[in-house]
Design a protein around this ligand. Sequence first.
Ligand SMILES: [Zn+2]
Length: 117
Amino acid sequence: MKLTKQQREELKNKYDGYCAYCGCQLPERWNADHIIPIRRNQDGTCENPEMDVFENLNPSCPSCNIVKGSLPLEYFRKSIVGFVKSLNRDSTQYKLAKRYGLVTEEEKEVTFYFETL
Ligand SMILES: [Zn+2]
């Protein structure tokens, strides 16, 4: 859905200007994320147009929006949990930073910002 300027302002203020997911202050270029993803057809129409509504939108920083993409919330959460495993498997810099005590890991649940309010 195309947001009006007023709707976009209202959405930005849904969580006082913070990303609904990570809780960072929304940068100038933030995204309107579909909480329940919509599925677009190749011609731009929507497979589940009932989800392409204002009530299904959250303000999101670009990083969260890119990672969430078209994932439902629980898959997005699992995806974030998997980052640490990926870093330990794939990133020499991360592994070294950890070994030198610059990074410490925590076993904790991923809680979205809007869930803490
Ligand atoms: Zn975010």
